[in-house]
Design a protein around this ligand. Structure first.
Ligand SMILES: *Cc1c(COP(=O)(O)O)cnc(C)c1O
Length: 372
């Protein structure tokens, strides 16, 4: 078999591309599904938890899955430039894929609320970085207005190709497990990802969903032989200070340490509700303290470093386990949306300082002795 060449290549028969489509790829997708070994017992869960580590995509987040499709289609349609609003990871992915395609990228980011690694990526890949004196929701409104008037393709998840690319995560989980997990848990910000996960599960198991935009029930994956195949229960977790799905409507000044989900007016509102309702799932919220505790617990007990927003999947799961809402013996997949290196400031702020000692064997040995 030829070496892995990215998700469009891998799933081209399930994506809106043709023979002539110029594929823009950094070999994204094909991320590991890692079974947690110690954490489930530590949080009192009698079942399996596997994490889909999307932080191992080329720019360090799941945004690459959507961006390979969005930039590929923008190039196919003759665009020379792309634009997006971003809490950070979309801008990192847009900048990288635009560079790969030889296009110009414009990214609108909220002033001062972007994780350092993400900003570094957008700058390094040569994006025109526009820091606005407003939040993500302001940026989202502005890029919609600008892309309507100017020759720049909008690559936020309101662009339907983004969700098409992102749905492939469900295909990979199904292939890895041989069937759907009982629950699939993930953080919810703009809500495109939960919608895309559900779209992928529905397509692959031959079932209709309100979110099924591309095939409209006519693709081969809606084959009769697949009717009734199990789909997971979808659980969407939000940060308490930024939880429009829990409040029942937009939140005007969202606040959370999990900056990737600091969004008050989610674009995929109805698709996300469809995913949760059709799967018999629910939304839940976690405090910043719970999110950071889950991030640290995962890093220390399993050796997996995800960013705070990503840890919201585990924080929510831990909460729902404690409340007895997750059936014992079940298999849970948690999407870890981004890599911990994206946000070094938050990681360092909650960790122990390095020990400062003289460059001599004695004091170092004494220190080590305290930990043995
Ligand atoms: C974008 C992002 C999210 C939120 O995904 P939505 O599709 O906006 O709900 C969560 N975590 C990380 C790391 C992200 O980059």
């Amino acid at each position: 078999m030829a070496h892995y060449q990215g998700l469009i290549h891998r799933y081209r028969d399930r994506l809106p591309v043709s023979e002539n489509t110029p594929i823009v790829s950094l070999n994204e997708g094909n991320t590991p599904l890692i079974e947690l070994q110690r954490l489930p017992r530590q949080v009192g869960f009698d079942g399996r938890i596997l994490v889909k580590f999307e932080g191992l995509n080329p720019t360090g987040s799941f945004k690459d899955r959507g961006m390979t499709m969005a930039v590929t289609k923008a190039l196919e349609e003759g665009s020379r430039a792309i634009i997006c609003a971003s809490t950070g990871n979309t801008s990192a992915a847009a900048a990288a894929y635009a560079a790969r395609a030889g296009m110009t990228s414009f990214v609108l980011i909220p002033e001062g609320k972007i994780a350092l690694g993400k900003l570094a990526q957008a700058m390094m890949h040569g994006a025109v970085v526009i820091q606005i004196q407003g939040n993500f929701d302001d940026g989202m409104r502005l890029v919609q207005e600008i892309s309507a008037d100017m020759p720049v393709a909008l690559v936020n998840s309101v662009n339907p190709y983004r969700l098409q690319g992102q749905k492939t995560v469900a295909f990979e989980v199904l292939e890895a497990l041989g069937q759907a997990p009982d629950y699939h848990v993930l953080p919810v910000g703009n809500a495109g990802n939960i919608s895309a996960h559900w779209m992928g599960y529905c397509e692959a198991t031959g079932q209709q969903t309100a979110a099924c935009g591309y095939c409209n029930g006519h693709c081969p994956y809606h084959a009769e032989s697949l009717q009734g195949v199990k789909r997971p229960i979808m659980l969407g977790y939000q940060a308490a200070g930024s939880a429009p799905f829990l409040r029942g409507g937009p939140v005007s000044s969202p606040e959370t340490v999990a900056t990737a989900i600091r969004i008050g007016n989610p674009m995929s509102w109805s698709l996300a509700w469809a995913a949760v309702k059709e799967s018999a799932g629910w939304f839940e919220e976690c405090t910043d303290a719970e999110i950071l505790a889950a991030q640290a617990l995962l890093a220390r007990t399993e050796g997996i470093f995800c960013e705070p927003s990503s840890a919201t999947s585990l924080a929510g799961l831990i909460k729902d386990v404690a409340r007895g809402k997750i059936k014992a013996g079940s298999t849970v997949v948690a999407t870890l949306t981004g890599h911990g290196l994206k946000d070094p400031d938050t990681a360092i702020a909650q960790s122990q300082r390095p020990h400062i000692v003289a460059a001599e064997k004695g004091p170092i040995a004494e220190l080590i002795g305290k930990f043995l």
